[in-house]
Design a protein around this ligand. Structure first.
Ligand code: FAD
Length: 461
């Protein structure tokens, strides 16, 4: 440790695991965006709340910046450390601390993977229903900091709905025990909800008490082939009116082709322009029949041109892979990602305009659309061609995002549905939040983190 600030850190917390190994700096300095060259000062792996507090106090004393870091699966650059920050990896704090059968809660450390939480809930005959493709590598702390959504939001809501209590180390190093898993607590501001979705700018999540629920009923999984974009929301409306949906996800032929090139299986003989993966309750014959009736009604209307129904759990997983495998399948093109949302009812009008805008704006780039369409959330992935330089690509994407932000503003939407603002969407925050809101957000940040040591430069400057 040649840096005097790190010497001071080592002196005050001798047991803290620290590294300046180039491999660690490279690995822990980036997230899934892979657009910023990692350049952290060092990486620290605290093993306790006290060590987290010690690091935060050290950062205040030394004027150092910290980047809270979970699984670094984030898609907005929130966990990037490219400017001499200390990466505060919560990876070692990854245990289940307790289960309460009466409260139906699970208390966990922040570095635990989402999948490990799901499995712990299952072991108690219950369910933690937030779910998405990065489940094996993202952390609960990161999920809370981004208010992660995923494929079950249509039924269960975002991460926010499932947080019964939080322990937070503020930017000043104070430990807050927020809501303590109370179901009812009408005692003023609910600071827990400020921390959720704050992208690590107000405090470090050091413990969470998660709500659990009954396991989902048996479900039927379908892959639907659609002839045009225009019918998408009609199919959704029909399915939603007739069935209890567990998921309703959309992808295009391009997304499907990339997954198939990565080993996915296309169940259809012909290619179709648009697809939906739908899952609905099918606990008895009546619910199964309702599913079939919804399918037939849409087919008769000409809104569905083919369908595949999973006959087993393995087949359901194959169908899901076509949707969930897209992010990984296109990762090599380092896509520029838009993650936008509008109200579900505003979706048809927004989709029509967005499709026209993007078709015109990106004539040279491949654009892969997919998303949680049942939540009004669309992912637009612009793939970088091998022969287009980074700067040129980013300039064009920034220009189009500016236009898209204007469109979203007109439709009352959001520039970030579930990935967070981070570095990627920072220039467009004002398309979604009013000047008054942003001023209040800045003020809150100063209250929680007076010296601005937590994730400086993320969300806003
Ligand atoms: C294949 C794939 C599929 C995905 N699908 C979805 C999806 O469907 N829905 C969705 O919402 N997201 C999705 N994501 C994005 C990503 O997985 C989520 O944003 C996830 O919540 C990030 O968790 P993480 O632990 O990796 O966080 P990181 O990337 O490590 O960090 C994300 C942000 O949280 C902050 N942070 C991390 N830990 C803490 C903590 N303990 N306290 C305070 N702040 C902290 C970081 O500073 C950063 O700002 C997907 C990503 C991939 C790669």
């Amino acid at each position: 440790m040649t840096d005097p600030r790190l010497e001071a850190l080592h002196q005050s917390l001798p047991a803290l695991r620290l590294s300046r190994e180039p491999g660690d700096l490279e690995h822990y300095g980036r997230d899934w965006t892979r657009r910023w060259a990692p350049a952290p000062l060092a990486v620290a792996w605290p093993a306790s709340i006290e060590e987290v507090q010690g690091v935060v106090r050290w950062a205040n004393a030394q004027g150092a910046a910290l980047v809270p870091s979970g699984g670094r699966t984030g898609l907005s650059g929130g966990a990037v450390a490219a400017g001499g920050e200390l990466v505060l990896s919560l990876e070692r704090m990854n245990r289940v601390l307790g289960f309460d059968a009466v409260d139906r809660t699970l208390t966990v450390q922040p570095g635990i993977a989402l999948q490990a939480v799901q499995e712990a809930a299952q072991a108690h005959g219950l369910q933690y229903p937030v779910d998405f493709g990065a489940r094996g590598s993202c952390s609960i702390g990161g999920n809370i900091a981004t208010n992660a959504g995923g494929i079950r939001v249509i039924r269960y809501g975002n991460t926010r709905e499932w947080i019964a209590g939080l322990k937070l180390v503020t930017g000043a190093g104070e430990l807050l025990d927020l809501n303590r898993a109370l179901v009812k607590n009408s005692s003023g501001y609910d600071l827990r909800h400020l921390a959720i979705g704050a992208e690590g700018t107000l405090g470090v999540v050091v413990e969470a008490t998660l709500k659990l629920t009954d396991p989902a009923p048996p479900a039927q999984t379908l892959l639907l082939a659609l002839p045009s974009f225009e019918v998408l929301m009609r199919v959704f409306a029909e399915f939603r009116a007739r069935l209890r949906l567990q998921a309703f996800e959309f992808l295009t032929d391009r997304g499907l082709a990339h997954v198939v090139a990565h080993g996915g299986t296309d169940p259809f003989d012909a290619r179709h322009p648009y697809y939906v993966v739908a899952e609905y309750d099918a606990a008895d014959a009546a619910q199964e029949a309702a599913g079939l009736a919804a399918f037939e009604a849409c087919a008769e209307a000409g809104w569905i041109v083919d369908g595949a129904i999973a006959q087993s759990q393995a087949q359901a997983q194959q169908l899901w892979r076509l949707r969930e495998g897209i992010t990984e399948a296109v990762a090599r093109y380092r896509p520029y990602k838009n993650d936008v949302s509008v109200r579900v009812a505003a979706m048809p009008a927004f989709l029509a305009e967005a499709q026209a805008l993007l078709g015109e704006a990106y004539p040279r780039f491949e654009v892969v659309w997919f998303g949680h369409i049942g939540d009004g959330n669309l992912h637009i992935n612009v793939l970088q061609p091998d022969d287009v330089a980074d700067a040129d690509f980013m300039r064009q994407c920034a220009h189009v995002t500016e236009l898209l932000a204007g469109l979203l503003k007109r439709h009352g939407g959001s520039i970030s549905a579930e990935h967070g603002i981070g570095l990627v969407k920072k220039p467009y925050l004002d398309s979604t939040r009013s000047p008054q809101e942003i001023a209040l957000m800045r003020g809150l940040r100063r209250v929680f983190d007076p010296n601005g040591v937590l994730n400086p430069g993320k969300l806003f400057d």
